[in-house]
Design a protein around this ligand. Structure first.
Ligand code: NAP
Length: 243
């Protein structure tokens, strides 16, 4: 069975690709700029005895997404598990946020999930089986000062996921979102130490999460173990958000 992970060259996407491979999935590794890292990841995955191939595409561009899906189909087959993971931040307070900061984040984090999901569901519906797993964020649930664009994109992912879940449940397709909290990747590496310390104070488990923590939740949603679960948001956040 084939899984496509968008933005898999590093961080959480990389861990997801490896964990899916460990669980027997062939993996289409999407990246935008980090080709060397994507190729190295594919070599690592192939050594595990499953298929892997790297595909360059900016998933925020609908034409590139069309090309991506056609290249994947020609070389690896149809996608049964889609992981919408690619994401960026352009953090700044509202008064300083430029339209480009807003657009870039919405394009990569939200529009891309629409383009990829639309491209993936056709074959999933034909097969009467599919899994769509989108990486949201706790800030899509709570909001965050300095991240109006990012929080809006992640809240959008949640509404999108619930709508797709309702629309495609009868076709055997589940759609779920994962809301990671504070995870140790390049995205959070850039934060100032005092900012990191103050975020950590809000994490009951008292530490940052690892990309593997998120990857394990993705594998659960990709597996039969979650077949009666759809339209849900699972927080992988050390207890940051409880309701
Ligand atoms: P990261 O280390 O910055 O990695 C981002 C990945 O996305 C890279 O592989 C990058 O590939 C890819 N990417 C970016 N723009 C892309 C595009 N237009 N098309 C295709 N790929 C693109 O980030 P991360 O921390 O692993 O985050 C992964 C996901 O988790 C994101 O959706 C993020 O919002 C979410 N998340 C992260 C945290 C956290 O604490 N780290 C918390 C909550 C949610 P290239 O290098 O090739 O561009």
């Amino acid at each position: 069975m084939l899984a496509l992970v968008t933005g898999a060259s590093r961080g959480i996407g990389r861990a997801i690709a490896l964990e899916l491979a460990k669980n027997g999935f062939d993996v289409a590794v999407n990246y935008n700029r980090s080709s060397e890292q994507a190729e190295a990841l594919c070599a690592e995955i192939k050594a595990m005895g499953v298929k892997a191939m790297a595909f360059q595409a900016d998933v925020g561009d609908p034409e590139q997404v069309k090309r991506l899906f056609s290249e994947i189909k020609d070389s690896l087959g149809t996608v049964s598990v889609l992981v919408n993971n690619a994401g960026i931040t352009r953090d700044t307070i509202l008064m300083r946020m430029k339209p480009e900061d807003w657009q870039a984040v919405i394009t990569t984090n939200l529009n891309a999930a629409f383009y990829c999901t639309q491209a993936a569901v056709r074959d999933m519906a034909k097969a009467r089986w599919g899994r769509i797993i989108s990486i949201a964020s706790v800030v899509g649930l709570t909001g965050n000062a300095g991240q109006a664009n990012y929080a809006a994109s992640k809240a959008g992912i949640i509404g999108f996921t619930k709508s797709v879940a309702r629309e495609y449940a009868a076709r055997g397709i589940t759609a779920n979102a994962i809301a990671p909290g504070f995870i140790d990747t390049e995205m959070t590496e850039i934060l100032k130490p005092e900012m990191k310390e103050s975020i950590l104070k809000t994490v009951p488990l008292g530490k940052m999460g690892s990309p593997d923590d998120v990857a394990k939740a993705v594998v659960f949603f990709a597996s039969e173990a979650s077949s009666y679960i759809t339209g849900q948001v699972l927080a992988v956040d050390g207890g940051m958000t409880m309701c």
